[in-house]
Write a new protein. Sequence first.
Length: 310
Amino acid sequence: MERILITGGAGYIGTALTPMLLERGHHVTIYDNFMYGAEPLFGFCTHRNLKLVKADVRDGLELSKAVKDHDWILHLAAIVGYPACAADPRRAHSTNVDGTRNVLMAMSRGQRLVFASTGSTYGKVEGIATEETPIAPLTLYGQNKRDGEKLVRDSGLDHVTLRFATVFGPSPRLRLDLLVNDFVYQAIHNRQIILYEGHFRRTFLHSYDAAASYPFTMANFDKMKGQVFNVGDTSMNFTKREIAEHVRKYANFYLHEADVGHDLDQRDYEVDYSKLAGLGYKASFDLDTGIQQLVQIFSVFSTQDPLRNA
């Protein structure tokens, strides 16, 4: 079986992805600085085919040592999202851009790369965004990922770039700084959701479907090589108000639609996912299933730690 290195493997998607790869018989190395701890790995960290490396993608020397002898590099390590990047722009750039450059410099010909990007690179789009839509990110996070995409594209290495929809749902390394997750948490614990710019539209993707896109990409790599793919499902395109109404089916809360305030990310678009769907990719979890899973978790779980990325 193949040897796979996952940068950021202790994160939100990485902790969902790693067990999938181990179950397929692969040897997996998680390369992570463990800034949020190692507890999310406790369910599988003793697996005989798993190796853990505590290091940062900004450390080019350690990264070079770790990358060699792997067939695949799944580059997930990043400071993710508008708030976290805005909180520390220098760390965001050094991780998301310089860290990506370090990954590329550490790789050799014959190794294959899957790069995690985001729909945030599109910015504010009129109409439906396809992979051919010019990207014009409005946030530092989107700009970092745009720059990372260019580095990957210009590297000459065998690669695929995945632009993910807005992810939601449970994960061993749970996050609350995601719209659906936050809405469900607020509904359960605060009994209210404060909504502004509720007409803004996004496409959503369950965390385990996001993770499953990696084995799918590996299996279809020859067809996807050198290209960008939107990762999501057209059936889960919703406005923020529609998300709140879906949550209302499973939790009682007061919905306050604020007259002031705006979405700093300014994402308001619909995305076309037909390119990846044409190869056979399809989401397995719908919005309601993910909300029900989150309701069950948050009904027995509360935290003073906001579990965000900032």
